[in-house]
Unconditional design. Structure first.
Length: 257
């Protein structure tokens, strides 16, 4: 199974690129973030795809803000059954979408950035709720995958040396501790486990400083965490840097299920 997460930074701006990725890369599950569109503004091309069922938590909280989606290849539904799609009850700002198969639950997210104090506090509570939710699923015997734009660089290796200031939102100790808490319940950062000591592996490059992407002044904040049994079945983990239409690149994880 090939699972991809990609912050597209606007589904209308990324319509062509996203259609090309579906056709060429053929992810079996694709989680997208930052739709920046409600249902009326999502391009019609995504409403009748031959090979995918598509599910949305669109931008209803604020126009042009947040929103997530989930593309499930019809072959996956045929193999594992059609997923039950839900929006967890602790969702806020259209940031979560969940697909529950018989044994595996995929939770996609666009985590808050948390620049302002009140939104930073919201971010910390958001991750507490996610940890509790995933722990509950695992206690019920479910295998879980938590994936998306996490908006936290966990370790120094996960961002460019010039960005390693603990005052920077996305690298503050309080939020990095929330990733520690996810690992403490048994989840694995499957991309990092596949590339344990390799530096310079980033998935997001800010528009400032100018030329950050070309100079690889980036952050690895697009992540996938999996329960131990699933993590042991990872065969490949890649950041698809050649896809440069968004400020984020897609990150794909392949499982031998």
């Amino acid at each position: 199974m090939k699972l991809t997460t990609w912050n597209i930074n606007g589904i209308r701006a990324r319509e062509t690129a996203l259609l090309q990725r579906l056709a060429q890369a053929e992810p079996e599950i694709l989680c997208v973030q930052e739709l920046k569109a409600d249902l009326t503004k999502i391009p019609n091309a995504f409403k009748s795809l031959a090979d995918y069922e598509v599910f949305w938590n669109p931008s209803t909280f604020k126009a042009g803000y947040s929103g997530v989606g989930l593309f499930v290849h019809r072959a996956i539904s045929e193999k594992y059954g059609k997923p039950k799609i839900t929006i967890p009850d602790f969702d806020a700002e259209n940031r979560l979408i969940q697909a529950e198969f018989e044994q595996v639950v995929v939770l996609g997210t666009y985590a808050p950035r948390g620049e302002k104090p009140d939104h930073f506090a919201f971010k910390l509570k958001f991750f507490d709720a996610i940890r509790e939710h995933l722990q509950t699923l695992m206690n019920k015997g479910k295998e879980v995958v938590f994936t998306g734009d996490i908006n936290i660089a966990h370790k120094e290796i996960d961002l460019h040396p010039s960005q390693r200031d603990e005052k920077n939102t996305g690298f503050r100790p309080e939020e990095r501790a929330k990733i520690d808490a996810l690992l403490e319940i048994g989840l694995k950062d499957v991309y990092r486990e596949a590339h344990p000591n390799e530096e310079g592996l980033y998935s997001w490059w800010n528009y400032f400083p100018k030329g950050a992407r070309e100079k690889n002044i980036g952050w690895r904040i697009d992540c996938t965490y999996a329960s131990p049994a699933l993590a042991s079945k990872v065969t490949r983990a890649i950041i698809q840097k050649e896809e440069a239409n968004s400020d984020h690149s897609p990150v794909s994880i392949e499982f031998s299920l």
